[in-house]
Design a binder for this molecule. Structure first.
Ligand code: TXA
Ligand code: MG
Length: 337
C-alpha cells in the first residue's frame, strides 16, 4: 500500500471521511501531535490502528469529538466539573476520562469500563469528525515506542505502507500530547495521569489537583497503573538518551566537552556557550521545548546519534509534560551536575 499525503483542504478531508466510514484508518493533524484515526464505534477499524502502530492491546485509545452532544452519546455520566473544564479548555489539549457507554467497544477502551475523550483544537480534525458524524478514536500516529509525530513527514517515516492516507495540516502547534485526567471524590477533584499543555496550575483554579505517581517515576513491572500508557517504553529514538540536570552552564559545558565522542550529541536550550559537542537546540521557553522536543529526538536518529545528552527542561507548567516525556525517552536516566 502506498501512503498518500494530502494537504488539509475540504476535498482531502472528504476523502479521509470516506475511508474512515468504510472502515479504514487515516492520520490527521491535531494541535498536539498527529493522530491515527478510526471510527470509535468500529471494532475492526480500531484493531487496524493497533496493528499499524504495533500497539499493545491493553493501551486504550482517546476518542475525539467535535461537539458536546458526542460526549453525551459516548459516556454515562458527566460531572459538573467536567462541563466547566470543557467550557474553559475545549477545543484544546485536555483529555478527560469518563464511564463509557456500550457504544464504545472494549477495543477502544483496552478492556476498561472507562473512555478518554477530548475535543481537539484543529480545524482539520474538527471538520473530519463532523464529516464522519462519529467520534474518532486516535492515538498518536507513530510506531509504538517512538517519539510522537509533530508533522506529516514524521507520520510518513513511521507508517508509510501501513495506512492509506495522511492529512497534512503542517506542524502541530503544541508539539506534546494532551493532558489526561480522571475525576476523584465523586467528580469533585482532579487526578492528572499524563501532564500536558493544560497544566496542573491551570486546573488548580477549578478543583484540587493531584499528580499521578507514574508521571515522574517508573512504575514497577507488575504495578497496576491508572493509565496503561504510562507503563510502556515510550518516545525513544535509537540513540541512548541521558538527561543532564544543571543550573551551572560552565559545569554543563565542561561535562559535555569531556564526553565528546563519535555519535555523541547535546540537546540544549540554545543560549549555552562554550559547548564543543555537536548540538541540537530545542528552545529557551518551556513552550518552545514542548513544541520541539519530539522533532529534536527524531533528529538524533537522522544524524545517526549513538548517545544524546538532553538538558533537563523546567519542571513546572508545561515543563512538567516535557520532563515526563523525556524521562521515558531516557528510560529514567538522569545525571545531576
Ligand atoms: O494529544 C493527544 O492526546 C494525542 C492526539 C492524537 O489527540 N493522542 C494521544 O493518544 O496521545 P495516545 O494513545 O498516544 O495516548 C493516550 C493516553 C495513553 O497514555 C493511554 O493509556 C491513556 O491516554 N488513556 C486512554 N484511555 C484511558 C482510560 N480509559 N483510562 C486511563 N488512561 C487512558
Ligand atoms: Mg502515543
Amino acid at each position: 500500500m502506498e501512503t498518500k499525503i494530502l494537504a488539509a483542504d475540504l476535498d482531502s478531508l472528504k476523502e479521509a471521511a470516506r475511508l474512515i466510514k468504510s472502515g479504514d484508518i487515516v492520520a490527521m493533524p491535531t494541535e498536539t501531535v498527529y493522530g491515527l484515526a478510526a471510527s470509535a464505534y468500529d471494532t475492526n477499524a480500531c484493531a487496524k490502528v493497533f496493528k499499524a502502530k504495533g500497539r499493545p492491546q491493553d493501551n486504550p485509545l482517546i476518542i475525539h469529538i467535535c461537539d458536546i452532544d458526542m460526549l453525551y452519546d459516548s459516556v454515562e455520566e458527566v460531572p459538573p466539573l467536567a462541563l466547566t473544564l470543557a467550557e474553559k479548555f475545549w477545543p484544546g489539549p485536555l483529555t478527560m476520562i469518563f464511564k463509557k457507554k456500550d457504544v464504545i467497544p472494549y477495543a477502544v477502551s483496552g478492556g476498561l469500563d472507562t473512555v478518554a475523550v477530548r475535543m481537539p483544537d484543529s480545524k482539520a480534525a474538527l471538520e473530519l469528525i463532523r464529516l464522519c458524524k462519529v467520534p474518532l478514536a486516535a492515538p498518536s500516529a507513530n510506531r509504538s515506542g517512538s517519539p510522537s509525530p509533530t508533522c506529516a513527514k514524521h507520520v510518513y517515516d513511521d507508517l508509510n505502507g501501513r495506512i492509506p492516507l495522511i492529512i497534512d495540516g503542517g506542524e502541530c502547534i503544541t508539539g506534546i500530547e494532551s493532558t489526561v485526567l480522571c475525576f476523584t471524590d465523586e467528580g469533585k477533584n482532579i487526578h492528572i495521569l499524563r501532564p500536558g499543555a493544560v497544566t496542573a496550575e491551570m486546573l488548580g483554579e477549578y478543583a484540587s489537583v493531584t499528580l499521578d505517581g507514574a508521571v515522574f517515576q517508573k512504575p514497577a513491572d507488575n504495578a497496576k497503573v491508572l493509565s496503561p500508557g504510562m507503563k510502556y517504553k515510550h518516545y525513544s529514538p535509537k540513540a541512548e538518551i541521558i538527561i543532564i540536570e544543571s543550573d551551572n552552564e560552565e559545569k554543563l559545558a565542561e561535562y559535555l566537552n569531556s564526553h565528546i565522542e563519535s555519535g555523541a550529541y547535546a540537546v540544549l536550550y540554545g543560549n549555552e556557550k562554550n559547548v564543543l559537542m555537536p548540538r541540537i537546540d530545542y528552545g529557551n521557553t518551556a513552550e518552545e521545548k514542548a513544541h520541539n522536543l519530539f522533532s529534536a529526538l527524531r533528529k538524533t536518529d537522522e544524524l545517526g546519534a549513538v548517545r544524546a545528552y538532553v538538558r533537563s527542561p523546567e519542571k513546572d507548567g508545561i515543563g512538567t509534560a516535557v520532563y515526563n516525556r523525556l524521562l521515558r525517552a531516557a528510560a529514567f536516566r538522569v545525571i545531576k551536575i
